[in-house]
Design a protein around this ligand. Sequence first.
Ligand code: NDP
Length: 234
Amino acid sequence: MSRSVFITGGNRGIGLATAKAFAAAGDRVAVGTRSAEAPQGLLGIRCDVTVPGDPERAIGEAVAAHGPIEVVVANAGITLDTPMLRMSDTQFDTVLRTNLTGAFATAKAAARSMLPTRKGRIVLVSSALGFLGSPGQTNYAAAKAGLLGLARSLVWELGDRDITVNVVAPGIIETDMTAPLSEKRLANLMQMTPLGRLGTADEVVAAIRFLASDEASYITGAVLPVGGGIGMGL
Ligand code: NDP
């Protein structure tokens, strides 16, 4: 059955792969895009998750085009890495506003659309490093760990409407985000990864699609690590 799906940061990386997979399965997919044009074949809607009101407007447009949101994936994210003593308040705040506040605004707007229909799937894209901690990433780890508290509170607020809220925690995935990592850092991260390789965007997509599926109807408040073993036991 075709569902109305909205994904933030859907123009590249994990977000784009997710959008393509839902669309290929027959869903009606709208992707929030900040800077780029909509990928061909997908409905692109301007959405910078750090701009107050933008997620709400974008989701309104998605609802107008595709009907009430049934699945939302809060995927938009950035890193601005530097050791804490060199990190400016702005660097900290920008990462929090994108990865955490942006997900809050996205989930809020989507939940408004889901509540009257009494069904919905909310998936937040966190990171294994949010739970393990990571040098140079106090901002990113704080934001990604914060998503867990956000999700688990929403679980309580939305559970009686049959809306599930779950978190995916990818490990090290081959996208633009990890491309700038130094060989030394990558080697260090691979030592922490029992499978010993980077993951692919499609491997994260599989987890997102499962949590959004009918089969996951009794799963809410879960953290699903997709990291080749990094972050196991979360
Ligand atoms: P990419 O850098 O490839 O893509 C990030 C996406 O987020 C882009 O579409 C980007 O849009 C969008 N984005 C960034 N800021 C905003 C904003 N303010 N408003 C709207 N969209 C925004 O990264 P990935 O695909 O790898 O990352 C996707 C998610 O997965 C992120 O939340 C990331 O933290 C998480 N993750 C990634 C891991 C990895 O190893 N790659 C590991 C763990 C988690 P634009 O093109 O305009 O910049």
